[in-house]
Design a protein around this ligand. Structure first.
Ligand code: MLT
Length: 258
């Protein structure tokens, strides 16, 4: 389904009935990559899956999409659907958007889960890498997407899930250049949500992969285990919703029923 937000089409899917669960995908992903999770949840919940700005079938609204811009678009969808007491689950960039959303619109949400994601901002090294990638994207876009998307999966996942990854990669390659550049810069300038995370009355979960090279599970355990309602480390890398759906679902179910 499509709604309009600031002159752009925002695409979302809406399946099942029950308490509202909103799924927010990561960078270079889109709603199709939540399919295994939707299938598990939709029998008992209303599952809304939103393509974030410049991803999937959702258009761009600018040349930088901050996490707050993306959260505002999510808020428009949630408003039109008249959802309340939402459980928000964000994978990676979707988790950064989830933090921005929870901070701006706390009245709309009762639970927030960061799946392979973090409340922390980028360090200088990561900002430099993003700006370098954005430069490279101008001339070698498809090559860059192929490389960076495949690298989100650890070696074991790449071997075991080749055909699934190929389907997801095809979707990643549909991300328009402007969507890539705008989101990557938006992530580079995102604020620190660490204090917010620890102090929010919203029920929180952090589900992280043992071999995720983007989010350091051990460092996050140290920093956030005590300030998070449900903290869980599971087997796998950055893309556990695709490469280790069983354990991811088990952890998500625990959080949803928390
Ligand atoms: C993602 O999977 O959303 C990105 O890798 C997150 C990031 O680049 O920080």
């Amino acid at each position: 389904m499509i709604i309009q937000h600031k002159g752009a089409s925002i695409f979302y899917t809406d399946q099942g009935a029950g308490n509202a669960i909103v799924l927010l995908h990561g960078f270079l992903e889109n709603s199709t990559m939540w399919e295994p999770v939707i299938n598990e949840l939709k029998d008992n919940h209303r599952v809304i899956c939103i393509d974030l700005l410049g991803h999937g079938k959702t258009e761009c609204i600018g040349y930088v999409h901050t996490m707050e811009d993306m959260a505002e678009a999510v808020h428009t969808v949630i408003g039109i659907l008249q959802l309340n007491d939402v459980t928000l689950i964000g994978h990676s960039m979707g988790g950064y958007v989830g933090c921005a959303f929870a901070k701006a619109y706390p009245e709309k949400i009762i639970k927030l889960c960061l799946l392979n994601s973090t409340p922390n901002p980028d360090d200088n090294e990561r900002v430099t890498l993003r700006r370098r990638a954005n430069k490279m994207a101008q001339t070698q876009y498809a090559q860059l997407v192929r490389m960076s998307f495949t690298n989100l999966f650890d070696h074991e996942a790449q071997r075991a899930n080749r055909s699934i990854i190929d389907v997801a990669l095809k979707e990643a390659l549909k991300t328009p250049l402007q969507g890539y550049l705008a989101a990557n810069e938006g992530m580079a300038i995102r604020p620190d949500y660490g204090n917010f995370w620890i102090n929010t009355p919203i029920i929180t979960a952090m589900i992280l992969g043992t071999t995720d090279w983007i989010i350091d599970a051990a460092a996050h355990k140290e920093a956030y285990e005590r300030g998070t309602n449900y903290f869980k480390i599971i087997e796998g890398g950055h893309m556990t919703h695709i490469s280790n759906t069983a354990e991811t679902m088990y952890a998500l179910a625990k959080f949803i029923s928390y």
